[in-house]
Design a protein around this ligand. Structure first.
Ligand SMILES: [Zn+2]
Length: 444
């Protein structure tokens, strides 16, 4: 199947040369980009399908590097609107313990669809609680992603320190170290695709260094090494946890296969260590603001060897899954701390696509529009109200003018959104299902 997207008004390739083309075209064969150029395309074999890019801005799809998709059921919960991280967690765990496969399947689709509409083509997820030992919820989540069509790199998360061991979560959502390791292996063997253009990959992700045993941190790192998969966890999100977490750095986590969510509270020497090991980081500005956690030193980190992507974080601490909105906040929040030239709109857009691809170690296949890469492409309609008067620089309009939704989203060669509408999802039915489940779990 050959697809030609022609007459693209503006094309930001997002590659290292940061090419910006006008009047361009892209050729896609099945799921792979096979041609890029300007003007009228000359094709030896004609296209099976031609899509118009007239009055559109095309850019590489975004890569979301941190999420807890089940939390879309717990947006805007009034009891924790003002809560700080630990109080927020303690309250919500009592409701989170009721999620089951249906809740996870539906909530994941909701979060993914909202991200697709805001430019995401690849996302991770950090699913760290398995109520009453229900290991099948991760299978439900992977099914949800496959049914929608997003490229998915979820993590098999974990918690092993419940209330009886001095941890925060109820004992009903934690598992033993042994169960966790056995399940982690099962999920890797069942789903992790090591091939090129993989649609599903698995990483391992203890919730945070304070919700699992030190032994599990160590064993998880060893298992990731053995299975050659990535490692993920929350790190230094709030000031009070900083010292606690850094003590646990000696357990095999400072490696190029690790990426950490937040790292708000890091000293210069911490950043040096993270840089030396080329660690990755998911910058989540909305969540950091929502919970009053602080401003991550991204302006300092971007000058090091750290790999930096952007993440919307779970919907209980963001309430929205708008990725383009997150890119905009990424810029604005850095400027609050470091001044007006801290982070440019082009840098932040690159962080959202190529940066995320590097964090998930998928940058040879995704993250930019280049021949040989997967066809993960988004387009913005430039003739919308939010861009009116803002096209002096069309390439940065989506982020500076606060764009709401893409007009077009293609993942792995498959069109998921066309003319602003989902091609394969009944959104109204999904919304109704989600609201029923959300009301039910909060009424427990
Ligand atoms: Zn998180």
């Amino acid at each position: 199947m050959r697809t030609l997207i022609s007459d693209i008004a503006f094309l930001m390739t997002g590659n290292v040369l940061r090419q910006e083309l006008e009047d361009a075209y892209v050729v896609v064969d099945d799921n792979i980009i096979t041609g890029i150029g300007t003007g009228a395309p000359v094709l030896r074999t004609p296209a099976d399908r031609v899509i118009s890019g007239a009055r559109m801005l095309m850019m590489p799809g975004f890569v979301n590097t941190h999420h807890h998709l089940y939390q879309t059921l717990f947006r805007n919960v009034p009891q924790v609107e003002h809560a700080k991280l630990f109080d927020w967690l303690k309250f919500l765990y009592e409701y989170w313990k009721y999620i089951d496969e249906e809740a996870v399947y539906t909530s994941a689709q909701v979060g993914i669809c909202e991200m697709l509409k805001t430019g995401v083509t690849t996302t991770t997820d950090h699913l760290y609680l398995y109520p009453y030992g229900n290991n099948a919820i991760i299978d439900a989540e992977i099914r949800a992603a496959r049914d929608v069509g997003v490229r998915f790199h979820p993590t098999r998360g974990s918690m092993s320190l419940g209330k009886k061991d001095g941890g925060l979560p109820p004992d009903s959502v934690v598992q033993t170290d042994e169960e966790i390791l056995v399940e982690s292996e099962r999920v890797i063997h069942q789903y992790h695709d090591r091939g090129r253009y993989a649609m599903t990959r698995i990483a391992l992700a203890p919730c945070s260094p304070f919700s699992v045993t030190t032994e599990l941190m160590k064993q998880t790192a060893a298992l990731a090494e053995k299975e050659d998969v990535l490692l993920h966890t929350h790190l230094a999100e709030t000031q009070d946890e900083e010292e606690f977490c850094l003590q646990r750095f000696g357990v095999g986590w400072l490696t190029p296969r690790s990426w950490f969510a937040h790292i708000v509270w890091a000293s210069d020497s911490d950043i040096r260590k993270l840089s030396e090991h080329e660690c990755g980081m998911a910058y989540c500005p909305a969540s950091n603001m929502r919970l009053g956690s602080g401003i991550a030193p991204v302006t300092v980190m971007k000058q090091t060897n750290m790999r930096i992507g952007i993440g919307v974080d779970g919907s209980a601490s963001n309430d929205t899954n708008s990725f383009i909105g997150e890119v905009r906040l990424a810029i604005l929040l850095q400027r609050v701390r470091y001044g007006a030239d801290a982070l440019t709109s082009r840098e932040a857009l690159a962080m959202g696509s190529m940066g995320g691809a590097r964090v998930l170690r998928m940058d040879s296949d995704i993250g930019s529009i280049e021949v040989g890469k997967a066809a993960d492409l988004i387009m913005w309609d430039l003739d919308t109200l939010e861009f009116a008067g803002g096209l002096h620089d069309p390439f940065t309009a989506p982020v500076m003018c606060d764009a709401k939704h893409v007009s077009f989203n293609m993942v792995n060669g498959k069109v998921l959104i066309e003319n602003g509408l989902f091609t394969n999802i009944d959104v109204q039915a999904l919304v109704a299902r989600q609201n029923t489940i959300a009301a039910h779990v909060m009424a427990r």
